[in-house]
Design a protein around this ligand. Structure first.
Ligand SMILES: [Fe+2]
Length: 360
């Protein structure tokens, strides 16, 4: 099985090989192709509802009214969209620039150099440099390579597998992780209050400082010669509690809202935040985990830095909190560990693909 790692196709190599048409594994099913447009054109469109921008400047303001207004906007966005651009989030532009420069510098290394950081999914070594393996009968692949590693808590991270180039990678990523962890606590406390719970509640339910895991995935989407046929990331909802995303100001993210794909604009100095399945389950669907996907393009490389804040895989049973369940609002989700939740989604997806193949 170890052989698998040496044959994983790197999308970056495909992209730079000069091919005019992409291998069939990257071509989306016919039904999906009709919804994939030119992302630069899509980004310009302004009709219909747009992803909300939430200004966190007053989230802890001493003035009750000002503070509550800020918090209510965050709560409303989490209920209506489950995704938003956060501005004035408290993490400096300078640090964010350094995080992005460090990730870009790593991906600017040659593929051979990056291969020395390759993960080995077959043997369970999931951290490191990687590309998607076809994990189902359709053999479908995505147009991206990535670097994946756990960045918080401190005692669970393995710095030995982190990029050594550039040499400030570890320092800036650790600092970003620390600040993002603080932001996650702040958001979870406001979302708790929005459910009428004590402010520490959601934080505790997802594992607290010791158990909530922050996993960073740097997504590298090379230029694609046929962007209208491929996806960088196929449609999914995040399994996390919360996800925080930075990007290099190249559009790509689309959200499925009220029956159509809405393109997220590039908002300077913002962090995109998703409510993931975990918080959706705990809130019994009051907060939404929105379906989303990533488009690619032929002009510019897109890079995004997603940090998934995830509960421990086995230790916690996720289910709607008793306080948000009632006779009129019964539990919408059965109790499952995080790991069971992931398995259940995979199982459903496999069934969907099998059904689609039978109906062909
Ligand atoms: Fe996602």
């Amino acid at each position: 099985m170890a052989m698998l790692t040496s044959v994983v196709p790197r999308v970056e190599i495909l992209s730079s090989s000069g091919i005019q048409s992409i291998p069939k594994e990257y071509v989306r099913p016919k039904e999906e192709l009709t919804s994939i447009g030119n992302i630069f054109e899509e980004e310009k469109k302004n009709e219909g509802a747009q992803v909300p921008t939430i200004d966190l400047k007053e989230i802890d303001c001493g003035d009750n009214e000002v503070r509550e207004k800020c918090r209510e906007e965050l709560i409303r966005a989490a209920k209506e969209w489950g995704v938003m651009h956060l501005v004035n989030h408290g993490i400096s532009d300078d640090l964010i620039d350094r995080v992005k420069k460090a990730g870009e510098a790593f991906f600017n290394l040659s593929v051979e150099e990056k291969e020395s950081y390759a993960n080995d999914q077959a043997s369970g070594k999931i951290q490191g440099y990687g590309s998607k393996l076809a994990n189902n009968a359709s053999g479908q692949l995505e147009w991206e390579d990535y670097f994946f590693h756990l960045i918080f808590p401190q005692d669970k991270r393995d710095l030995s597998i982190w990029p050594k180039t550039p040499n400030d990678y570890i320092e800036v990523t650790c600092e970003y992780a620390r600040l993002l962890r603080g932001l996650a606590t702040k958001i979870l406390s406001v979302l708790s209050l929005g459910l009428g719970l004590e402010e520490e509640r959601l934080e505790k339910e997802v594992g607290g400082l010791e158990e909530l895991l922050l996993q960073m995935k740097i997504n590298y989407y090379p230029k694609c010669p046929q962007p209208e046929l491929a996806l960088g990331v196929e449609a999914h909802t995040d399994v996390s509690a919360l996800t925080f995303i930075l990007h290099n100001m190249v559009p790509g993210l689309q959200l499925f809202k009220e029956g159509r794909w809405v393109t997220a604009k590039c908002v300077p100095n913002s962090i995109i935040m998703h409510v993931g399945d975990t918080v959706e389950i705990l809130s019994n669907g009051k907060y939404k985990s929105i379906l989303h996907r990533g488009l690619v393009n032929k002009e510019k490389v897109r890079i995004s830095w997603a940090v998934f804040c995830e509960p421990p895989k086995e230790k916690i049973i996720l289910k709607p909190l008793p306080e948000v369940v009632s006779e009129s609002e019964p539990a919408l989700f059965p109790p499952r560990t995080f790991s069971q939740h992931i398995q259940h989604k995979l199982f459903r997806k496999t069934q969907d693909i099998a059904a689609a193949q039978i109906s062909k």
